[in-house]
Design a protein around this ligand. Structure first.
Ligand code: XIL
Length: 368
């Protein structure tokens, strides 16, 4: 009860701050200039709506955390549950922030989608590159089993294999065909071959049979060779009785992304029979990286229409039994990974002042 009353007070405070102090939406947005609907997104949708969050912001920023709790059912940690965030340079594990994130989620009534077990980026490259080749498989297995076991029964699912095929060719991702070469890059396939993907799913399923296990990738709505390669991989994993349950379309798109491509990706992936997760949606309004860049109402209206289209297409093309949910990546334009990477854009549902944008209204309409 104590936690609940604190939560109610904080939400009330945030709402008062939100109503009385929020500036007029500085970025305009005129698609039926967001009506004063107070309907939470999660109440508009018949399926879970998620958001990727920053651990630091959901822990320390009351406006941010209140908005997450008000509108979403589920969170994905944009960084905190990745290898590089948990594994120390000596190979030991620091679960402190992840444990705290699960505590925050539980108190707020939010579920958690685990992200991500096997990715070529955001690893502790110092540790992994210090290993001999013969030690890599054990380190990989230990990472997956340790992480999935610790949060057994606490996640709705895991992104087990993330971005495992490359753009354009659909080939298995390796260091030779990928551009990421930062200190956090590590290409599991170079050490373990294609079967690292099968192993990751098998180990994760053994550690937590309740978790839905996903393969996850981007540009499936614009790159047919990549889409077909992911489908081919899904079919191969299923044929080998690998426990794969779902596929995530990251859906990092823009106002220029083809609606037909969005439909095509949903239709083809739904045909696999797997759960379908829109796992990381944001919609760029400045896909050409024009600088300087000024957001206009016209661009915001196009963005709203695109958020609406994705939601509508999902409901139109994904059968009810396969609807795992829709997740947007980051909460406001100010904390968007795209903006924080230095690009001038406004890719999310809320502006830097935590105000609903036209995109929120469009998305809400698509979810209904
Ligand atoms: C991004 C996070 O948002 C950043 O905070 C982090 O620094 C880098 O990774 N596809 C993915 C996500 O699967 O894990 C990435 O998230 C965005 C692209």
């Amino acid at each position: 009860m104590k936690n609940k009353s604190i939560l109610s007070i904080s939400f009330l405070f945030a709402s008062i701050v939100f109503v009385c102090c929020s500036k007029k939406n500085p970025t305009g947005g005129s698609i039926t200039n967001p009506p004063a609907t107070s309907t939470p997104l999660k109440d508009a949708s018949s399926i879970p709506v998620g958001v990727a969050v920053s651990y630091d912001l959901i822990k320390n920023n009351i406006s941010y955390s209140a908005l997450v709790k008000a509108h979403f059912d589920r969170i994905t940690a944009e960084y905190q549950m990745k290898h590089g965030a948990v594994v120390r340079n000596d190979g030991s594990y620091d679960f402190s922030k992840v444990d705290d994130l699960f505590s925050i989620a539980q108190t707020a009534g939010l579920t958690v989608h685990g992200h991500t077990l096997a990715w070529h980026q955001n690893n502790n490259g110092n540790y992994l590159h210090s290993l001999g080749a013969a030690q890599v498989k054990d380190a990989f297995k230990n990472w997956i089993i340790t992480m999935v076991t610790r949060y057994k029964g606490k996640v709705t699912g895991w992104d087990v294999a993330n971005e495992v095929v490359v753009d354009g060719t659909g080939d298995l991702r390796t260091a030779a065909n990928s551009s990421g070469s930062g200190s956090d890059s590590f290409y599991w396939a170079d050490y373990l071959g294609r079967s690292y993907i099968d192993s990751a799913f098998v180990w994760a399923n053994a550690a937590d049979p309740s978790a839905k296990l996903f393969i996850n990738d981007y540009n499936l709505e614009i790159d047919n060779r990549k889409l077909d390669s992911v489908i081919k991989m899904i079919n191969a994993l299923k044929a080998s009785s690998v426990p794969i349950h779902g596929v995530g379309l990251q859906m990092h798109i823009s106002i220029n992304t083809s609606n037909a491509g969005i439909d095509n990706a949903f239709q083809k992936l739904a045909a696999t029979g797997l759960l379908i997760h829109v796992s990381e949606m944001d919609v760029r309004v400045n896909p050409s990286n024009t600088t300087p860049f000024t957001v206009t109402s016209a661009l915001l209206d196009q963005q709203a229409a695109k958020f609406k289209y994705v939601a509508e297409s999902y409901f139109r093309n994904v059968p009810p039994a396969q609807r795992y949910g829709l997740t947007v990546w980051n909460l406001t334009d100010a904390d968007s990974w795209i903006v924080l990477s230095g690009k001038q854009d406004a890719p999310t549902l809320f502006d830097a002042g935590y105000n609903k944008k036209a995109a929120f209204t469009g998305y809400m309409q698509g979810l209904q």
